[in-house]
Design a protein around this ligand. Structure first.
Ligand SMILES: Nc1ncnc2c1ncn2[C@@H]1O[C@H](COP(=O)(O)OP(=O)(O)OP(=O)(O)O)[C@@H](O)[C@H]1O
Ligand SMILES: [Mg+2]
Length: 256
């Protein structure tokens, strides 16, 4: 995936981004002047206290929310001024989202959930099922394609969600607390999978409360506080050679 993307090139750029919410008389600056660049092919962890603006940041980058001020550029193109339909097309073509609560469609099977975005993108029945099967194989769920979300474990549900996020071959994976509902062992599996996707060339922005895992897996940590970038640094994980990682062979879980 996107292995051809030149590393180091800017993929995301935020300039003076503010997001103000009115709440009755009061106003909250969920983002309060964020300037940030994210390079293609990087794996960035965004951490910070509850309410510090992490999800707002992700939603603004993913075109789910519009900033009140400032600009967001992705692939050198501003998101500002785009219509809702254009933003939807941007999400479909460029972004893969992964959420804490998986957000799978309950009455659809794993295969159908993964195939759904491809159906929305106009892909034919057989081709999208073939692709969905391929993606479920990739995340190690080739034998669970007929299961509905309630018939899967939490970790398996998140893998289906990852397969779905990959269906459009996204430039950018945005993950909001993807391990928040998982036990430690399963969280390691999911992080191992993200690491392997990163090794394949995918750019990943991961929002998490889990500072310790972010340090181990991400190359760079951005700390938000009250809607501002409080800290921005590379981690020791940035020095690790990722060439040996693969999605199928996620690292063994610790502390199981
Ligand atoms: N729709 C909204 N209306 C009003 N205020 C909002 C809205 N969405 C978010 N906020 C406020 O903006 C701030 C940032 O919210 P955000 O969801 O980005 O935080 P977060 O860092 O993701 O928190 P958590 O770790 O709890 O998920 C919070 O103070 C929140 O109350
Ligand atoms: Mg949040």
């Amino acid at each position: 995936m996107n292995a051809t993307a030149a590393k180091g090139e800017t993929l995301i750029e935020l300039v003076g981004v503010r997001k103000r919410y009115r709440f009755g008389e009061a106003a909250v600056n969920a983002l309060d002047g964020v300037d940030l660049r994210v390079a293609k092919g990087s794996f960035v962890g965004v951490i910070g206290r509850s309410g510090s603006g992490k999800s707002t940041f992700l939603n603004v980058v993913g075109g789910l929310d519009r900033p009140s001020e400032g600009s967001v550029l992705v692939q050198g193109r501003a998101l500002m001024g785009r219509t809702s339909d254009e933003l939807a097309a941007y999400r479909r073509q460029v972004i893969g989202f992964i959420f804490q609560s998986f957000n799978l469609v309950p009455h659809l099977t794993a295969l159908e959930n993964v195939a759904l975005p491809l159906a929305l993108a106009g892909q034919g029945y057989f081709e999208r099922r073939r692709r969905a099967q391929e993606l479920l194989d990739k995340v190690g769920l080739g034998a669970r394609t007929g299961h509905r979300p309630t018939e899967l474990s939490g970790g398996e549900r998140q893998r289906v969600a990852i397969a779905r996020a990959l269906s459009n071959d996204p430039q950018l994976l945005l993950a909001d607390e993807p391990t928040g509902n998982l036990d430690s062992r399963t969280a390691e599996e999911i992080m191992g999978m993200l690491r392997a996707l990163h090794a394949e060339g995918c750019t990943i922005v991961l929002v998490t409360h889990d500072r310790e895992r972010a340090e181990r897996y991400c190359e760079r940590i951005v700390v938000l506080e009250d809607g501002r970038v409080k800290e921005d640094r590379t981690t020791s994980a940035a020095l690790v050679d990722l060439s040996a990682a693969s999605v199928e062979a996620a690292p063994p879980a610790e502390g199981a």
